[in-house]
Design a protein around this ligand. Structure first.
Ligand SMILES: *Cc1c(COP(=O)(O)O)cnc(C)c1O
Length: 380
């Protein structure tokens, strides 16, 4: 048996769309970029969408275009992908880590106010694993303290909070299309924003600092090449047209896991439905019970690997990464530290069949039970 952790869902329609771009000889800055941006703006319900070369590039441009710079502080969870904090550091700003809520794994709004200082400029909220963060509370605190709100929606395309798509709440938001995300462009991302000036600035920054009116060799600002190719945009258009069926299939996979695993006392499954929220399933992450530790978690992952089942350890907290060893953690992160030691991302993708899900669960429980048994025997 060989079960990967994730796998993109590519049909003949995507292949045809890519081939027809290759035949067109227009490979960058063309009609597919415009089409992808327009479709995405309509889908999310925002006025402006700018395609970029990755989610990380998109986050960087948000920080830059919103004027966050050296010495400014941005509040961000540590329990997430490292790009969220790196984007802040690229501009010399300081990520300030706060803890998460154990149920949703999203940043805990009750921890926000104690992290705000006179240098705080923004809250970078991540919709973790496709579960919408508590936007009412976050926007309310943001407004009261005059902070920008940036949504890292890289894991959450299609997720909704109170009937509105995530990505439509903040001053800017980013989606990502790496092959393990809900939809893919190979590599790629998109920034959305309600602010016309921010959109204009991001368009220039992704294109070597050129504004629309500039000629090719006029660069008004220090820019980057963060463009997304026509090939990727064409792929993204087809994936976006299929998104409802993709999200429905992912939800069905999550429900199947939930059915099998939810009553097991040795582990906690993710919430399958939440009031006011539509989850867009990015990954399916369970965690072992609190009496398990990192060693046991790693043993389970190792055991599954010997059975041909690939699992992930989402996330090793950012503040524990060697790249962050010089960073002072100002606020305690007990939920982040305790939960991150016990998480296992199970194989999760559209094409995962029910018998494979059953097999993954059987192997998982066999491993967990054997650890429990060893412990019992050690006690005697
Ligand atoms: C995937 C992801 C990103 C961006 O990733 P890229 O590989 O640069 O597209 C950013 N933040 C989070 C939380 C992510 O999961």
């Amino acid at each position: 048996m060989k079960v990967p952790l994730s796998q993109p869902d590519i049909t003949e329609a995507e292949i045809e769309a890519v081939v027809s771009v290759l035949r067109s000889s227009r490979l960058s800055i063309g009609p597919k970029q415009e089409e992808f941006e327009q479709q995405m703006a309509v889908y999310i319900g925002v006025p402006h969408a700018i395609a970029v070369s990755s989610g990380t590039a998109g986050l960087h441009l948000c920080i830059r275009a919103l004027g966050i710079s050296k010495g400014d502080e941005v509040i961000v969870p540590s329990f997430t992908f490292i790009a969220a904090a790196n984007a802040i550091r690229y501009e010399g700003a300081v990520p300030v880590f706060i803890d998460i809520e154990p149920e949703t794994l999203n940043l805990d709004p009750s921890r926000l106010e104690e992290a705000i200082t006179p240098k705080t400029r923004a809250i970078l909220v991540v919709h973790t694993f496709g579960c919408p963060a508590d936007m009412d509370a976050i926007l309310d605190i943001g407004r009261r303290h005059h902070l920008l709100v940036i949504e890292d929606a890289c894991e959450a395309i299609g997720a909704e909070y109170k009937g509105r798509k995530v990505g439509s709440f903040g001053d800017a938001a980013v989606f990502a299309f790496y092959p393990n995300k809900q939809i893919t462009t190979g590599e790629g991302g998109i920034v959305v924003t309600p602010h016309e000036q921010v959109a204009r600035s991001i368009r220039a920054l992704r294109n070597q600092g050129r504004y629309e009116s500039d000629d090719w060799f006029q660069h008004d600002t220090l820019g980057y090449n963060y463009r997304l190719s026509e090939i990727s945009c064409a792929l993204g258009c087809v994936q976006l047209q299929r998104i409802e069926s993709i999200l429905a299939r992912r939800e069905a996979v999550a429900q199947k896991y939930d059915e099998i695993l939810r009553s097991r006392k040795e582990l906690t499954v993710p919430p399958i439905a939440l009031h006011h929220k539509r989850i867009s399933w990015f990954v399916y992450v369970i965690r072992l019970a609190a009496n398990f530790g990192q060693l046991q978690r790693d043993a389970v992952v190792q055991f599954l690997a010997t059975k041909g089942i690939s699992c992930g350890r989402y996330f090793a907290p950012i503040h524990k990464q060697p790249a962050y060893r010089h960073y002072k953690v100002r606020h305690p992160l007990p939920a982040t530290e305790s939960i991150s030691r016990r998480t296992i991302a199970l194989p999760f993708f559209n094409g995962l069949a029910d018998p494979d899900i059953e097999q993954v669960c059987t192997s998982l429980m066999r491993s967990v039970e054997s650890i429990c048994l060893e412990r019992e025997q050690a006690k005697i």
